[in-house]
Design a binder for this molecule. Structure first.
Ligand SMILES: [Zn+2]
Length: 95
């Protein structure tokens, strides 16, 4: 879903993620609670592939097609790198 920019009467600009066919032209400003109107802005094609865009895409994809794992992450073969170098931690009881 694309992000739409809204500006309130107090000039706060905020973004709202709406379906591409949404007809919402007004929203409530999260900063002051006032009415805000949708702005006409250019598509942010330059942001595609950014960390934020990738996070949004992964989050949306996890709702429809969550990743399936067959073991607990961090266990199994090949992942025995110690997480600490403190020798006292080696003496702690193990499950
Ligand atoms: Zn505002």
């Amino acid at each position: 879903m694309p992000l739409y920019e809204f500006r309130c009467e107090s000039s706060h600009v905020h973004e709202v993620m709406l379906p591409i066919n949404a007809e919402a032209r007004e929203a409530t400003c999260p900063a002051c609670g006032g009415a805000s109107v949708r702005l006409i802005s250019s598509a942010r094609l330059g942001r595609l592939g950014s960390d934020r865009a990738q996070l949004i895409e992964r989050t949306q994809a996890s709702a429809d097609a969550p990743g399936v794992v067959d073991r607990i992450p961090g266990t199994g073969s090949g992942n025995s790198a110690p997480t600490t170098t403190d020798p006292r931690h080696a003496r702690l009881p193990r499950p």
